[in-house]
Ligand binder design. Structure first.
Ligand SMILES: [Zn+2]
Length: 92
């Protein structure tokens, strides 16, 4: 066996080790993230869609600054928002 072959084998072993190490680190990071979510307070506030009455996280809801109601309304989807706009004659 020549020295080049030895170097290649050593390189492969090193790369294999690096792959395993990074994979292990990823798994550990994911675990820590889940742990954080378990302990943390609920950041998302649920809001009610006035059209279909579904509860949606405010961060994901479609917002509409309602002129007729004088408040910000939240919808589960663009469709519900459009439905509300056409029902109440709102301007977006
Ligand atoms: Zn809806």
């Amino acid at each position: 066996m020549g020295p080049i072959k030895l170097i290649i084998i050593a390189l492969l072993l090193y790369l294999g080790y690096r792959l395993l190490a990074s994979d292990w680190k990823k798994k550990r990071d994911t675990k820590e993230e889940i742990h954080k979510q378990d302990d943390g307070p609920i950041a998302d506030v649920l809001v009610e869609d006035p059209v279909c009455h579904k509860l949606v996280p405010r961060e994901q809801a479609v917002r509409l600054n309602s002129q007729t109601r004088g408040e910000i309304l939240y919808f589960c989807s663009e469709e519900c928002c459009n439905l509300f706009v056409s029902q109440e004659g709102e301007k977006k």
